[in-house]
Structure formats: structure tokens, C-alpha cells
Design a protein around this ligand. Sequence first.
Ligand SMILES: [Zn+2]
Ligand SMILES: [Zn+2]
Length: 236
Amino acid sequence: MAEDLEVWKQVFQELIQEVKPWHRWTLTLDRGLLPNTLQPGWSQYQQWAFARFQCSLCSRSWASSQVQVLFHMHKSKEEPRGKVKMRVFAQRCRKCYQSPFEVPKFTKENISRILNNLVFRILKKCYREGFKSMEEIPTIKEISLEGPHDSNNCEACLQGFCAGSTQASSLPTHWSPRTNTYHHVERQVQVTPWNERLYSHIAPNPRHRYWNVCCCCIILVIVVVIIVEIIQWIST
Ligand SMILES: [Zn+2]
Ligand SMILES: [Zn+2]
């Protein structure tokens, strides 16, 4: 993380300098940062992002799109300066016994995307600037992920801070609508039900067809009766 942290700091400086050139902001790592536990005057921003991991015991690598990146930010009221504390939640190898928690590796593109979102939040929460609806830029998933999120080896899950830990535990995976995670879940959610719904529209219920025919007949009879009545009235 040490060399990575330099990239995070550098990209953050570039982005914040663009919008607040006269203000001094710092970004530091804080391994003890906890979601929703804020000091007075601080704001929070969380994003679930894509990153890769590598086991330091067996060298196996894996990817996850549910890597939690947590920021707490604070702007000084008196001076043009602010602070950002960051924590990235780790994951551990599921093949190794007593594997250590590994720090994720993000691409520079994804670091930029996450920090872009952060800078927008700083503008909104610390400067009361910005836009009403702020779309979060999602991180790029370099590969499509199969299988559920490995909650047993996710630091955020084990501490109760992961995106899905508030959802029903009976769900096969915990899928975050914010990060639009797992491929097989997307397939499950979108393809099967949509096919069923589509089919029910194409082939209507035969009972509905019967009632439609009946209604048409009744209207036809009424129209014929009215025409006959008009013809009789004219001829008299
Ligand atoms: Zn391993
Ligand atoms: Zn998790």
C-alpha cells in the first residue's frame, strides 16, 4: 500500500487543486477508521469498488467488486484547509489456512474514479457546492466475476460493515445495487424474470380473450339496435 498511497495522494492533490486551488487538503491512511463513527464536524463517503488481491502465502490472486473504500473528511472553519482520512478494507485468501488479510490493488484509472467521487462529495458536504443529483462514477470491472462475495474472508463483512450485511442473510450472495456487483446475480435478477414477464405479455391469458370477444359482441348488438331504431324513426 505504501507506493499505492503515494498514487492516491498525488491523484487526490491533482483533483482537489483543480477545484480549490487556494485550499490545502491532505489525504492520510487510517487503519482504525470505522463506518458511521464520525467525529463532530466530519463527513463520510463510502464506495464499493473493484480491485485485485494476491495471497502472500500461495501467490493466488483474485478480484472483487465489493472492496469497501471509506473516507472521512473535515474542513477547517477558520482556515482554507481540510483533511481526508482513508481506509481500504482487506480480504484474505480462502485456500490458505490462517492467511493474512491482503491489501487490495487498484488500477490508476479506478483510483481516479474513486477520488473524483470523493472530491464531488467534499464540494457538496464541506463547501455546500455542487450539484443536486450526483451520479457516482463506478469503478471499471476488468473481468466479469462469477460466484458470490466471499464474506468469510472479507474484513468489512467480518466486522459487519459490508454493503450486503444489512440484507437478508438467506440471500445466496450479497449484491450491492450501488456497485452493481456479481455477474451471476445480474443474470439471475435480469434474464430469467424478464423472460417470464415478456412471455406473459406475448401470450395473453385465454380467459381475457373470451371476455374481449363477449364485449365486442355486446357493443355490436347495441350499435345495430340503435341503427335500426334510427332507420325506423326516419321512415315514420
Ligand atoms: Zn493463499
Ligand atoms: Zn464483504
